[in-house]
Design a protein around this ligand. Structure first.
Ligand SMILES: NC(=O)C[C@H](N)C(=O)O
Length: 339
């Protein structure tokens, strides 16, 4: 069979789940420069890109129409359930999620941890609205379909496809506020490249790491986990605030190797003693937070986030709390990428 086609020569079936974002954004003709996310439906988006029908059989559904700065648990749960249902019933050979870029990495990581099976899930967005000069959405959409439709994409977890790069859910992060070259993987780089004319080149083996999968908690809500951002002259107030608002977990966006001031560390230690899951991450863009080097994690009862940035460490902390994991060794193991 030709690449992307099954033995019968039919095109792969790709389910497109639209959530909004700038990729679906449109400038208001009366306003200069400003635009509103989530104005164009998934159906319209797919119809606007020539040639997609030669790559796959596409079926678009609208899950939400929001800017991803408003992304929430309700949409996350709807996405996870719809994807799992489509895979379990063999309704689709791959899924594409159109999404805003602001929280794209968090949705990618959440789905990477809850969706079972090895069929491709691709998340795609754009930095410019459809109505902008040199809009990047159409090319990103075309490349997203190329990746989702390719059998070599199986067993790679959730992938972010933007601006010719294919990046893994664990490592991808937004690195620039406005540039179309914004998504990067500071620790390990992309897992592949895609070009609308030249096709796909993967740089890593499929199935490179086996992610755990967590059950979706009942209801539409993940436990409250706060991120506390450390800085010079840091005190305990933000941690005390998190505790007073019922946080079940606190992620430290620490300075350097996931560190913070003595008074803040003492407050985090007190929180851990109260049964709040404390995870040390870092505001630093690359590297790994190392256990028991600058901070005595064993004594304090802390977990380190390894290579996960604060916003992703928060997602995993929520899933661990929701799954009732409490053993320190199990909590720490969950943060270590097994590849
Ligand atoms: N480029 C974008 O998609 C930005 C937009 N605020 C969003 O995240 O939905």
């Amino acid at each position: 069979a030709e690449p992307g086609k099954d033995a019968a020569g039919s095109l792969p079936r790709i389910l497109v789940l639209a959530t909004g974002g700038t990729i679906a954004g449109q400038a208001d003709p009366r306003a200069t420069g400003a635009y509103k996310s989530g104005q164009i439906t998934g159906e319209q988006l797919m119809a606007s890109v020539p040639g997609l029908d030669k790559l796959a059989k596409l079926n678009a559904e609208q899950i939400s129409s929001i800017g991803s700065q408003d992304m929430n648990d309700k949409v996350w749960f709807a996405l996870a359930r719809r994807i799992q249902d489509a895979f379990d019933k063999n309704e689709a050979d791959g899924v594409i999620i159109t999404h805003g870029t602001d929280t794209l990495e968090e949705t990618a990581f959440f789905l990477d941890n809850v969706v079972r099976g090895d069929k491709p899930v691709v998340i795609v967005g754009s930095m410019r609205p459809a109505s902008a000069v040199s809009a990047d959405g159409p090319g990103n959409l075309y490349e997203a379909v190329q990746v989702a439709a390719d059998p070599r994409s199986r067993g790679r977890g959730v992938m972010a496809v933007l601006n010719d790069k294919i990046q893994g859910a664990r490592s991808v992060t937004k690195t620039n506020t406005t540039s179309i070259e914004t998504f990067g993987s500071p620790n390990d780089g992309p897992i592949g490249y895609v070009d609308t004319a030249g096709g796909i080149r993967f740089l890593t083996q499929a199935g490179g790491f086996k992610r755990a999968t967590y059950q979706l908690p009942a209801g539409e809500q993940l436990p409250r986990v706060e991120i506390v951002y450390s800085h010079a002259n840091m005190d305990a107030v933000p941690i005390e605030d998190a505790i007073s608002h019922g946080a079940k977990g606190i992620v430290l966006a620490g300075v350097g190797d996931g560190n913070t001031s003595k008074s803040a560390l003492d407050a985090l230690e007190a929180a851990a003693k109260k049964g709040i899951l404390v995870v040390r991450s870092t505001r630093v863009r690359s590297g790994f937070v190392t256990r028991n080097v600058e901070v005595d994690d064993d004594k304090n009862g802390f977990v380190v986030s390894e290579d996960l940035n604060p916003q992703k460490a928060r997602v995993l902390t929520q899933l661990l709390i929701a799954s009732g994991v409490t053993a320190p060794a199990e909590l720490q193991k969950a943060f270590t990428a097994t590849w």
